[in-house]
Design a protein around this ligand. Structure first.
Ligand code: LIP
Length: 268
């Protein structure tokens, strides 16, 4: 592995995230209704011009400093590089929230070095909150250390989740949720995986799970949650993946994971 200064990767990602986040926020504030520029997997899986503009800005800023890096972005796909660094980028995670003017969306940028996420940044421009993490060095919110809750009783756990864009999958995910609701404190569906993972890291949720996430949804937030003390995995001992992204404070992780396995939450 090339000798890479991971702290410089975080600083670059924070700068790019702040600039892209400001672009998205200012464009949203300038209009009463945001237009849908295109749809992807279903008519509800939307893209706005802000998504594409923000990602292009991020690509430009990263490559201006590190021209040899690869970039894997939600809107622009994969651009190859010849360094050991791959940037995993979601320019606006929580696009539907952004479309409706709900201030719960984020720029998510992760730096993978030799296929391991070493640095992550999640920025909510509406709340001006920046979560950062370097592997092995903890997680920060606006520069201050953060940590998961101490919840150790599943019946007292506040659990976040999300649903796919496909109606059939949503119906099956809702059936799993119906079994979960009576055995936890309550459920939150905030609409941004990156911010849900940061909510676990900040103690605003005790746990979060979702099936169907893309790498750009979870790469940065997954590191931030893990560095804040969360168990971050899939089910059945698997790593986080499209099948399941799971993050929980350790006191309830095993009980919740076992319940989700019994409910087949990674197969719906
Ligand atoms: C979103 C995720 C969210 C999920 C949505 C959508 P997007 O990503 O962050 O957790 O429930 O269905 O996938 O599409 O806004 O980048």
């Amino acid at each position: 592995m090339q000798d890479i200064d991971v702290k410089s990767l975080v600083d670059l990602a924070v700068s790019a995230a702040h600039e892209a986040g400001a672009l998205a926020r200012d464009r949203r504030r300038a209009v009463e209704r945001m237009a849908v520029a295109a749809t992807k997997s279903t008519p509800t899986d939307v893209v706005t011009e802000s998504d594409t503009a923000a990602e292009q800005l991020i690509r430009d800023r990263l490559l201006a400093v590190r021209p040899g890096d690869a970039i894997h972005g939600e809107e622009g796909g994969h651009s190859a590089g010849d360094s050991d660094v791959v940037w995993v980028v979601d320019p606006i995670d929580g696009t539907v929230n952004y479309l409706y003017g709900i201030p719960q969306y984020a720029v998510s940028i992760a730096a993978q070095v030799d296929a391991t996420v070493e640095a992550g940044v999640v920025y909510n421009p509406a709340s001006d909150e920046t979560w950062t993490a370097v592997r092995g060095s903890g997680a920060l919110l606006n520069g201050e250390p953060i940590a998961v809750t101490g919840c150790a009783d599943l019946s007292l756990a506040l659990v976040g989740t999300g649903f796919g864009y496909d109606a059939g999958r949503r119906a099956r995910q809702a059936a799993v949720l119906a079994e979960l609701v009576p055995v936890v404190r309550d459920i939150r569906r905030a609409g941004s995986a990156a911010l849900d993972l940061c909510a676990v890291a900040s103690g605003r949720l005790d746990a979060y799970y979702e099936r169907g996430l893309n790498p750009w949804d979870r790469a940065a937030g997954g590191l931030i949650a893990a560095e804040a003390g969360a168990v971050v995995s899939g089910l059945y001992g698997q790593p986080p993946a499209e099948a399941m992204t799971f993050a929980a404070t350790p006191g309830i992780a095993e009980d919740l994971r076992a319940l989700l396995e019994r409910l087949g939450a990674d197969r719906v």
